[in-house]
Design a protein around this ligand. Structure first.
Ligand SMILES: Nc1ncnc2c1ncn2[C@@H]1O[C@H](COP(=O)(O)OP(=O)(O)OP(=O)(O)O)[C@@H](O)[C@H]1O
Ligand SMILES: [Mg+2]
Length: 506
């Protein structure tokens, strides 16, 4: 176990910080020390209090108890502007860019360069381009943010935080929507910050990267810091045990029911085509089967899923249980018993201002499949309560607005909402992003359970160990086409990567 770090080089210290929101005690007692020139990672389950702690450090929330010290002197932060003046920058977990503005307008939203009273557009574009180039981010400054992918938006968000000189850079799950390529850009940025002597506070649920980039790791549980460890003194298994408070022998639940591929298939897709998006897509998923979709970013996976969900008009045929469907809108897809867990919960999944209960019962309302629920608040409540217990969603009550939940718990609500509908086909697009290891296991177990009950499942994921462990078959997309159909039994990661990149098989 790591002792007290050497006092030299400590820039920031938190001592017994506490914070409540009404009756919810988000932080009980958090202490840790941050040293210059290091990456300090906060690790903990969904709802452990990581984002709350970071928001206190960034001046967004005021703590109810405890102390903050900057360079050994008591620090009181009166708002985010105050934190910025002290050289503390933050990249929030939820993106905050204005989608209707350009990249550069977002980068300089708080402090555009001026000439006289006017904004100096030319200077702003030049400075914006220089910043992006320095960070190794290849995005045009004039591009409207609405046209960027989630990953690109995340990179712009990071650039925005770094657009001012800062000694302490806080990043709350910056990689949750990044692919490997963009994550590499981020890790280069972090390495540079550290080399310049700045301190980085980092949050992520991806243990491999935590083990790769951290110098020190503080584990949080239920609003308290449990311990701080030097990276060299620990390993992923120990960290998991500290985080969830028990040992986890298996990360993936095994298949318990033998798969029988009946005919006709639950879902059959024939010759699906959409110019510029995907070409000649043919595949089938059987009742009870879990089919993985793997591909590099831009391979076309999400577009195919959007087409299934009725978002595009395209050529080809979609059949369920042998019957051809006409899918003109998401409502059509839902009415046919399809459910979709998407990666962008803000735009496609949740109504943040509404209660947990309302969000979970929402699909029933739209699908019209369970009209009875609408007139039966007790049933609606029972349904919501059941999902909350099953997925271990941390909430103060079913009435709580979803917007108040921690990021990972919001993702669990998205899940609960679709599961409540008992779908015939469940499409999961990156379902475990931002979800802690313990809750991941619960979600995997639920997927298995649904499959055992006859749901056909499509699992789209960039997490290769995850798709390999969970799927019966794996379909690989490359360059907008389905290039391989692989049985997952005995399949190796290297082989899948070779199919996805078009490299020669190892
Ligand atoms: N504004 C708020 N109002 C009420 N409760 C809140 C608010 N913000 C956070 N909480 C509660 O505080 C607790 C800690 O949330 P926090 O967002 O800090 O968790 P986290 O560790 O960042 O989780 P995750 O890994 O899911 O992002 C949760 O129970 C959450 O519901
Ligand atoms: Mg969080």
């Amino acid at each position: 176990m790591h002792g007290v770090p050497a006092p030299q080089g400590i820039v920031l210290q938190a001592r017994a910080l506490a914070k409540s929101f009404g009756k919810v005690q988000a932080l009980k007692s958090v202490s840790f020390s941050l040293r210059a020139g290091t990456v300090h990672t906060l690790l903990g389950e969904n709802g452990a209090g990581k984002s709350t702690l970071l928001k206190i450090l960034a001046g967004v929330h005021r703590p109810d108890g405890g102390q903050l010290l900057l360079d050994g002197a008591a620090l009181r932060l009166d708002g985010p502007g105050d934190a910025r003046r002290h050289g503390i920058a933050i990249v929030h977990q939820e993106l905050s860019l204005a989608a209707n503005l350009s990249v550069v307008d977002n980068l300089f939203a708080a402090h555009p360069p001026r000439r006289g009273l006017c904004i100096d557009e030319w200077a702003m574009h030049r400075a914006g381009a220089a910043l992006l180039a320095k960070l190794g981010i290849a995005i045009g400054t004039a591009t409207p943010v609405a046209r960027l992918s989630m990953a690109q938006r995340q990179l712009v968000e990071i650039a925005k935080a770094l657009n001012r000189p800062s000694r302490i850079v806080i990043m709350d799950e910056p990689t949750s929507s990044l692919s490997d390529n963009e994550a590499r850009i981020l890790f280069n940025i972090i390495a540079r910050l550290v080399a310049e002597g700045r301190a980085v506070i980092y949050v992520s649920h991806r243990l491999e990267e935590v083990m790769r980039i951290s110098d020190e790791i503080t584990v949080m549980r239920d609003g308290s810091s449990v311990c701080t460890l030097a990276r060299q003194q620990t390993c992923a298994e120990d960290l998991i045990a500290l985080m969830v408070g028990r040992e986890m022998k298996h990360l993936y639940p095994p298949r318990t029911v033998a798969l029988r591929r009946g005919s006709p298939a639950a879902l059959e897709v024939r010759g699906l085509n959409l110019a510029g998006r995907f070409q000649d897509i043919d595949f089938a998923v059987h009742a009870g089967e879990i089919v993985g979709f793997f591909g590099l970013v831009g391979a076309g996976r999400s577009d195919v899923m959007d087409a299934l969900f009725g978002r595009y008009r395209c050529q080809g045929q979609v059949l369920m249980h042998g019957k051809a469907l006409r899918l003109r809108s998401p409502a059509d897809a839902i009415a046919h018993g399809m459910a979709f867990v998407t990666e962008n919960r803000k735009e496609q999944g949740l109504v943040l201002g509404h209660s947990v209960q309302h969000n979970i019962a929402m699909v029933h309302v739209h699908s019209g499949r369970s009209g009875a629920l609408l007139t039966d608040p007790a049933a609606e409540q029972a349904l919501a309560r059941n999902s909350v217990a099953r997925l271990n969603i941390r909430i103060a009550g079913l009435w709580q607005p979803v917007g108040e939940l921690s990021g990972g718990n919001q993702q669990k609500v998205v899940f609960a909402k679709w599961l409540a509908m008992r779908p015939r086909l469940l499409v999961l697009d990156e379902p475990t992003r931002g979800i802690d290891v313990g809750a991941r296991f619960e979600i995997y177990a639920l997927i298995r359970e649904l499959a055992a009950a006859g749901t056909a499942v499509i699992l789209v994921s960039s997490d290769l160990p995850e798709v390999l462990a969970m799927s019966d078959r794996l379909l690989v997309m490359r360059g907008k086409r389905l290039v391989s159909h692989l049985e997952t039994h005995g399949l190796r990661q290297e082989t899948v990567m070779a199919h996805a990149t078009g490299a020669r098989l190892p």
